[in-house]
Design a protein around this ligand. Structure first.
Ligand code: AMP
Ligand code: MG
Length: 358
């Protein structure tokens, strides 16, 4: 299959392409598109054959459900069986934006889209091109991140092309993603539609919309334990996708945690030893100051005082390590104030929870 690669921005001349992209979806094809979080790999959410194609293009296990993207709140009742009042308040506050909410699903959504579950995850992305594309596609676009399964999510059109060339009909390149980490996922499927919630809403994946921001709008929320703990036979994540090793570079990734100076000296020594043993070593660090790191690749992915920059560059840094054929990566911990949970959740999953405490 020939993959058409189209650069789009928000000016009028792109409308033709967006219309064509929508037509591809209506006819059962796949189009990757930009959002404010990461790039999505879109197909018709209400068409089971399209959902199957998404799993195939990504090489994704078919029990890992897809997020359905909508462009209008009026469309939500067509796919969600019951929308609790708390969800309406959250939608008013955070949509369009980086929050995904899970509801009981209607029969309009095939189980292929939801990985066999009776619930459906829904998001309205905060990105003009994405919204126009979803409208052109008929209103319901199933879209996981546009990477091959297990790989870091793509935050540029070029990275989508790297993974999806020849596998999908079209890529809409809208420039680098603003946020760079996937949406916050909040499970509301256990909440009743009345005032009282049967089960408190649960964060299945942390993201740009933080626990505090959610609490301000709806009060009590809690985290699924597997967000920060390693999932095993006794501890199964509620978001099926979170059980897989994920977001990962090809090389082995280890997080080094502890007192700042101890971390620096550990990484310096460990990098030296590994290189002496013939390994290609990469280091992910924050801040711009020189810490005396020597490795085949040292990436300063952002300053601790600008956590948005760290979030935006994390996945690209993994992919740069892969470009440079790095075998072993040491990363500092990036437990920043607001986005720290989201950043560390991805880093921990990518590292298979390999943390060295010094
Ligand atoms: P991605 O589209 O790559 O960001 O992955 C979507 C994430 O949402 C995966 O971790 C899924 O397991 C999760 N997800 C989607 N739908 C549901 C659902 N109905 N229940 C629980 N988790 C879901
Ligand atoms: Mg993904």
């Amino acid at each position: 299959m020939n993959t058409e690669y189209i650069r789009v921005d928000n000016n009028k001349s792109c409308n033709e392409y967006i219309k064509r992209a929508g037509e591809i979806i209506r006819q059962g094809g796949l189009v990757a598109f930009p959002t404010e979080t990461v790039y999505g790999l879109g197909g018709d959410a209400l068409n089971r054959a399209s959902a199957r194609k998404i799993y195939e293009a990504k090489g994704r296990p078919s029990d890992n459900p897809l997020i359905v993207h909508i462009a209008s709140l009026d469309d939500l009742p067509r796919i969600a069986e019951s929308v609790p009042e708390s969800a309406c308040r959250l939608a008013e506050r955070f949509w369009p934006g980086p929050l995904t909410m899970i509801f009981k699903k209607k029969d309009t959504v095939p189980e292929e889209t939801t990985g066999g579950l009776k619930t459906v995850a829904v998001r309205m992305p905060g990105h003009e091109t994405a919204l126009s594309f979803i409208r052109a596609a008929g209103g319901f676009v199933a879209a996981p991140s546009a990477n091959r399964s297990g790989r870091p999510s793509p935050t540029t059109g070029e990275r989508v092309l790297e993974d999806m060339n020849g596998r999908i009909e079209m890529i809409l390149d809208g420039g680098p993603s603003q946020i760079g980490l996937e949406s916050t996922i909040l499970d509301l499927s256990g909440c009743s539609t009345g005032n009282g919630a049967d089960e408190p809403p649960m964060i299945l994946r942390p993201g740009y919309v933080t626990e505090e921001m959610l609490r301000e709008v709806i009060g009590g929320v809690r985290y699924d334990r597997t967000v920060f703990e390693k999932a095993d036979a006794g501890l199964r994540p509620k978001a099926p996708g979170m059980k897989y090793r994920h977001y990962a570079p090809f090389g082995t990734l280890r997080i080094v945690k502890g007192d700042r100076d101890a971390v620096i000296s550990y990484i310096r020594e460990a990098a030296q030893e590994a290189r002496a043993a013939g390994k290609r070593v990469g280091i992910l660090a924050c801040d711009t100051e020189d810490k005396g790191y020597e490795a085949d690749l040292v990436l300063r992915i952002g300053s601790l005082s600008d956590e948005a920059e760290i979030a935006r560059s994390l996945y690209e840094s993994f992919r740069t390590c892969d470009d440079q054929k790095i075998d072993l990566i040491y990363s500092e911990e990036f437990m920043t104030k607001r986005l720290g949970h989201a950043i560390m959740n991805r880093l921990l999953k990518a590292a298979g929870h390999e943390v060295i405490e010094v």
